[in-house]
Design a protein around this ligand. Structure first.
Ligand code: 48F
Length: 251
């Protein structure tokens, strides 16, 4: 059990995975609940999926529940998707269920990775590649570079489809807005749970050729309300995005 062999094992296998994910069917920016759910459904269909998550731990806003009370609420419509991830639902009232936020995000993350999606944590998406009016890849860099404001050039990943699952800031869409002028990010509106959850389905779509948006980012692009710690819409939005991306890839 020599230390340098342990180091070699880590560096060699990680590098192999990174190289094999330089050309993917789907590059997902953001490993929150919606991005990971999408990754799961795409990977289940045999697609090559890379999730780039800026933070150390995947999960986005889910493990914190609401204001650090780490339970979440889901609505009846999302029950079957939640159950697919092994999330234990407790009936509350009015068609609402509660779940343990840590169990929920663990189940989603575990199943996405087991299905074959690769989560590259500590790597952020800082730009996209655009060819002839279509997003064809993402530009990535270590989060540490960003945090330390180091002058280090990024690397690029080719992708058949790209998903913005970056949450409230809809970062990838904002980049495309800034660089092309042909996508408008309206910005999220104040909290209105019911309206925000309902709007998510329609807002989950291809917003620019090759670029899809899901989760809170979808509402931010469309100018729909935020919804707080109810997560059913996030799961349904991730699933819908996977269906749309699959369709696009098959064309
Ligand atoms: O924010 P986040 O959880 O997005 P989501 O999947 O779910 C939203 C809910 O958590 C909550 C809500 C409840 O209904 O409104 O906010 O839409 O996860 C987004 C993830 O993207 C990462 C970020 O660290 C987080 O884990 N992220 C953000 N920008 C980038 C990024 C980027 N440029 N590159 C990589 N990861």
């Amino acid at each position: 059990m020599e230390e340098h062999i342990i180091s070699k094992a880590i560096i060699e296998t990680y590098t192999e995975q990174l190289i094999s994910h330089l050309d993917v069917d789907a590059a997902i920016a953001g490993g929150g609940p919606s991005g990971l759910v999408c990754a799961y459904y795409l990977a289940c269909r045999g697609l090559k999926v890379a999730v780039f998550e800026r933070h150390l731990k995947p999960g986005g806003g889910m493990p914190a529940g609401g204001m650090m009370f780490n339970n979440i609420v889901l609505q009846d419509e999302a029950r079957s998707v939640a159950e697919e991830f092994g999330i234990t639902l407790k009936e509350y009232s009015g068609g609402l269920y509660t779940a343990d936020a840590v169990e929920a995000i663990s189940g989603i993350t575990f199943k996405a990775v087991k299905a074959g999606a690769k989560v590259f944590n500590l790597i952020g998406v800082e730009d996209v590649v655009i060819r002839e009016g279509r997003v064809t890849g993402v530009v990535v860099n270590w989060s540490a570079v960003d945090i330390a404001k180091l002058h280090v050039d990024p690397l690029a990943v080719r992708a058949g489809t790209v998903l913005d699952a970056t949450g409230h800031d809809s970062e990838v869409c904002r980049i495309v807005e800034k660089k092309t002028g042909s996508l408008k990010v309206a910005g999220e509106k104040s909290m209105w749970a019911e309206k925000g959850e309902k709007a998510l389905d329609e807002n989950t779509r291809e917003v620019y050729p090759g670029l899809f948006v899901c989760g809170m980012a979808a509402n931010a692009v469309a100018g729909s309300p935020r919804m707080g710690a109810i997560f059913g819409g996030m799961l349904l939005s991730g699933k819908k995005a996977a269906g749309l991306m699959l369709k696009k890839l098959r064309r």
